[in-house]
Structures are given as structure tokens and as C-alpha cells.
Ligand binder design. Structure first.
Ligand code: ACO
Length: 316
């Protein structure tokens, strides 16, 4: 069960008007096609600092000391270092002594980390696991490409996971594909490599990713409901990866569910990759949205391709 959450976004932000000055776009286009109005972007601070702040807040909300943790899992595409891992950086900063590692499932990172944590807790090996999801997409964006630069922001979200029966269902999936969505790793200067054109930048076939996202989210939520013998009507809140408001709208209509069940913060943060779901979860927990016993469907999708859904009975 999730016993605590925390999050942290960079202090600098860029509204849609900022992008009007950067590329050939308008606030109207971005708002209508994505639902995004703003995004927070690392400028003064580091991703490690955001991840550490989110981790500390999650520990505080769970009433847990860092010394009590058995494991730290960080979901990130890349931290401030290749080594040490973001997990190890956070471990040192919060004063934990447990093992720590990173996993990369792009925007579906929270679901993948939660599934690993649940498996290790269910096996009896560990009792308390800290999940930290942090991504700095601004490092990988070509700010002259209007079709991608307006979509992403940076951020961190975290959750403490402990033994309990509130996680009713979780399933993660992958389908290896570098055509729809990829970031080439930038190569070092070397006599053996020839520099490619888009080294290190995110490349995406937007419409194909859009179609994949809708079918992955809707399909996996329906599958989760069928496995649990419930219907989408029995879900109190849907927390979907915050990538595009139109993806969320299509999921709403295909699942036949009302607007108010779909929680969003996309307008403020844009797509923060792995951080998106725990950032939303933490904001809503702090607002007091969830009451004990509410059924949450949490669904993420992203590069890999990776996707997954969990059903969680809120125990807070
Ligand atoms: N401003 C103005 N016009 C734009 C912009 C912009 N920022 N971006 C694209 N356009 C133009 C295109 O150039 C195109 O113009 P053309 O018709 O003259 O060629 C037109 O708008 C339509 O382009 P589409 O790509 O068809 O636009 P679409 O409605 O599909 O929206 C978007 C593009 C927002 C990228 C959408 O496809 C999308 O959200 N896809 C999913 C992205 C996603 O969810 N990613 C998540 C995974 S990310 C991860 O894992 C790291």
C-alpha cells in the first residue's frame, strides 16, 4: 500500500507565450491541441535536488525515517549522473543506508517501479520501499522543434510503499519500438563515431504515439476491471499519465466515464514523464481528494514502448 507521497517541481516556469517567441506556435494551438498552458523547467536547481525534496516529503507524509527504508527505486530516463544512479544520489541525500537503483520505463516509470516494489514486498524480502520518479525532459528537447518542445516539463514525485492489501491489481507491459518515440544517447567526441543529426534529442511520431496511448490506456484499464470483476463505473478516480488533454478526453469517452473522475494537472506542468503520475497523486492527496476506500485506476504509457495500469483502494 502507498503510505506517503511527495513531489517537487522546478521554481522556473515557461507559459505558452514564451514558446510563441521561440518557435512558430500560438497559445491557442498549444491549448487546443494539448491542454498545456505552462510547464516547470529546471534552470537554477538540479534534478537530484527535486528528487531529494520529493523523497523527503514522501517520507514525512508516511511518518517514516530514511533509516527504516529497505530499498529505493528511482524511475528516471537519466539522472544528473550516469553513475552514481539517481537512486544512490537520493539515498545519500536523505541519509538512507538501503540498496538503491534506477529503472527506465520512460513516462510509465511509476507503474514499473510500483510493480517491482509490490513484488519484493509480497515475496517477504522487504517491508518499506521508497519510489522516486524524476525526469528532466528539458535536457532532451530540441527547442527549435515546435512539435515537441511545447509538450514537456521537469519534475519529481515520490511514494512510500509498504505491506498491505490496497494494491488490488497491477500489470505492466512493453513492446520494444524505437520508431514511434526515442531519444538517441549522445555519443562522446571520439575518433570512432560520426555525429548524427539529432543526437540526444527526443524524436516522436506524435499521431502514432497518440493512437498507441489511447489504446494502451483504455485497453489496460478495461483489462484491469475485467480481472477484478468490476467495471469502469466502479472506479472513483482515474489518474492517467499527463501527456495530452485530448488523450485523457478520448479515454473518458471510450470508458464512458464523467469528466470529474479524471484528475489532471497537465495545464500547469505539461508532460513530466515518470514524475507525472506521482506528482498528480501527491497534489490530490494533499488536497484531500481521496477518501478511505476510494478505488483509483492509475495508468501510464510512454517510450519503450511501456505502459501499465494499477487499481488501488485508497487506504490513507
Ligand atoms: N504549434 C503550431 N503548430 C504545430 C505545433 C505547434 N506547437 N506542433 C505541430 N504543429 C503543426 C504540425 O506542423 C502540423 O502542421 P501541418 O499540417 O502544416 O504539417 C499540424 O500542426 C498538425 O500536426 P499533428 O502532428 O497532426 O498534430 P496533432 O494534433 O497530432 O498534435 C501532438 C501533435 C500534440 C504531438 C499530439 O500528436 C500528441 O500529443 N501526441 C502524443 C504525444 C505523447 O503522448 N507523448 C507521450 C510519450 S512521451 C515519453 O514517453 C517521453
Amino acid at each position: 500500500m502507498i503510505t506517503g507521497t511527495g513531489s517537487c517541481a522546478p521554481s522556473s516556469s515557461a507559459g505558452n507565450v514564451f514558446f510563441e517567441r521561440l518557435v512558430d506556435t500560438t497559445d491557442e494551438w498549444i491549448t487546443a491541441r494539448t491542454g498545456i498552458k505552462n510547464r516547470h523547467i529546471i534552470s537554477g536547481e538540479t534534478l537530484s535536488e527535486l528528487a531529494t525534496a520529493a523523497a523527503r516529503r514522501a517520507l514525512e507524509s508516511a511518518g517514516t525515517e530514511a533509516a527504516e527504508l529497505d530499498l529505493i527505486i528511482c524511475a528516471t530516463m537519466q539522472g544528473d549522473y550516469i553513475i552514481p544512479s539517481m537512486g544512490c544520489v537520493v539515498q545519500r541525500e536523505i541519509g538512507a543506508t538501503c540498496p538503491a537503483f534506477d529503472l527506465n520505463a520512460a513516462c510509465a516509470g511509476f507503474l514499473f517501479a510500483l510493480d517491482v516494489a509490490d513484488g519484493l514486498i509480497s515475496s517477504g524480502k522487504y517491508n518499506k520501499i521508497l519510489i522516486v520518479c524524476s525526469d528532466q525532459l528539458s535536457k532532451f528537447i530540441d527547442y527549435s522543434d515546435r512539435s515537441t518542445c511545447v509538450l514537456f516539463g521537469d519534475g519529481a514525485g515520490a511514494a512510500v510503499v509498504e505491506r498491505g492489501d490496497s494494491l488490488r491489481y497491477i500489470r505492466i507491459c512493453s513492446k520494444g519500438d524505437a520508431d514511434l518515440l526515442s531519444i538517441n544517447s549522445a555519443r562522446p567526441k571520439s575518433p570512432f563515431f560520426v555525429e548524427g543529426k539529432s543526437q540526444g534529442y527526443l524524436a516522436m511520431s506524435g499521431q502514432d504515439v497518440f493512437k498507441f496511448a489511447v489504446s494502451a490506456v483504455v485497453g489496460s484499464i478495461k483489462e484491469a476491471c475485467a480481472a477484478m470483476g468490476i467495471t469502469p463505473d466502479d472506479i472513483d478516480y482515474f489518474l492517467l499519465h499527463q501527456a495530452n488533454g485530448r488523450i485523457i478526453d478520448m479515454a473518458k469517452s471510450q470508458l464512458g466515464q464523467p469528466c470529474e473522475k479524471f484528475l489532471t494537472n497537465l495545464a500547469e506542468y505539461g508532460n513530466t514523464s515518470a514524475a507525472s503520475i506521482p506528482l498528480l497523486l501527491d497534489e490530490q492527496r494533499r488536497k484531500g481528494t481521496f477518501k478511505r476506500g476510494d478505488m483509483l485506476a492509475i495508468s501510464g504509457f510512454g517510450g519503450g514502448l511501456c505502459w501499465g495500469t494499477c487499481l488501488l483502494k485508497w487506504a490513507g
